[in-house]
Design a protein around this ligand. Structure first.
Ligand code: GLV
Ligand code: GLV
Length: 321
């Protein structure tokens, strides 16, 4: 009997690919750049499983291209806004993701960005590299304290909570806004649930940890940014489309907020002429929230486990639908 075809849209860590090689015919996209949409459809032809990345749009046409063999779509990410779940459900295709493993890793990056913007780390590094460091300066590169400040978190799932825990260690008070969180406080972590207005108005640091959906799409717009403190710093490690980037540019130019740390942008990659790239109060990283050796390997294993279960018509260990 021939082995089922599994289309893999990029080279992922070998820990995952090795689990699939014996059981499947692997069709792995070899380029660093993603397949175009047309190439993705060709790659998916006849596949029983698709192992994809958050940069691959998996919609009706890709599922049609795969044809009647397709049983499982395994996303190499926790977020799955790139997959049309309605289309998958209609075809009884199981969809899996990689929850949990990247929680601490992503929270670390959110905090790294927060500290970097607050303490002007990238600017300081550039200053030293440029040979401008002449002496100790009483007013040189002053930033903001974390201790005693208010950390605002939008989206209080696993990652949001992990960021709140970090805030405790830095002696911060945490406010969270989450339409779905049932708890009113987060016990020992000094966090209280508030409405959106309050989290916008009271946060010194506002960190986004919501999934991208209809409610969160472009939630941080002009109106929201105008409510924030002039000294506030916005951190986004969630999805670029939660923030209206033109409005963020305006907010930073007009001093409605003080700075931003972005690991995700809209679009991705960010346009090379974006004014955000030349602002000293903004730090941008290329969507690397989960990018550690440990986590990316574990994500590859989880993705492979999801594929193997789906091929055998079993519920996925990490199933979205
Ligand atoms: C990364 O953004 C993920 O959703 O895993
Ligand atoms: C992701 O793991 C989340 O629920 O925050």
């Amino acid at each position: 009997m021939s082995k089922p075809i599994v289309a893999v849209t990029r080279i992922i860590p070998e820990t995952g690919l090795a689990m699939l090689r014996d059981r499947c015919e692997l069709r792995v996209w070899q380029d660093e750049l993603p397949p175009s949409y047309a190439e993705l459809c060709v790659l998916a032809e006849g596949a029983a499983g698709i192992l994809c990345l958050l940069s691959d749009r998996i919609d009706d046409s890709v599922m049609d291209a795969a044809g009647s063999n397709i049983k499982v779509i395994s996303n190499y990410a926790v977020g799955y806004d790139n997959i049309d779940l309605t289309a998958a459900r209609r075809r009884n295709i199981r969809v899996g993701n990689t929850p949990g493993v990247l929680t601490e890793t992503t929270a670390d990056l959110a905090f790294a960005l927060l500290l970097s913007v607050a303490r002007r780390i990238a600017e300081g590094h550039a200053y030293v590299q440029a040979g401008r460091w002449k002496t100790w300066g009483p007013e040189l590169l002053r930033g903001y304290d974390l201790s005693g400040k208010t950390l605002g978190i939008i989206g209080f799932g696993r990652i949001g909570k992990a960021v709140a825990r970090r805030g405790t260690g830095f002696n911060m008070r945490t406010l969270f806004y989450s339409p779905s969180a049932e708890q009113e406080t987060f016990g020992e972590f000094n966090a209280s649930k508030v409405d959106l207005d309050t989290v916008l108005k009271e946060s010194d640091f506002l960190s986004l940890h919501c999934p991208l959906n209809e409610a969160s799409m472009y939630m941080i717009n002009r109106e929201a940014l105008m409510k924030m403190k002039k000294t506030a710093i916005l951190i986004n490690t969630a999805r670029g489309k939660v923030v209206v980037h033109d409005d963020l540019v305006e907010a930073l130019e007009k001093g409605w907020i003080a700075g931003a740390g972005l690991d995700v942008t809209d679009p991705e990659p960010i346009n090379s002429d974006s004014p955000l790239l030349s602002m000293s109060s903004v730090i941008i990283t290329p969507h690397v929230g989960s990018a550690t050796y440990e986590t990316r390997s574990r994500m590859a294993v989880m993705c492979a486990e999801n594929i193997l279960a789906g091929l055998e018509d079993r519920p996925l260990p990490y199933q979205v639908v």
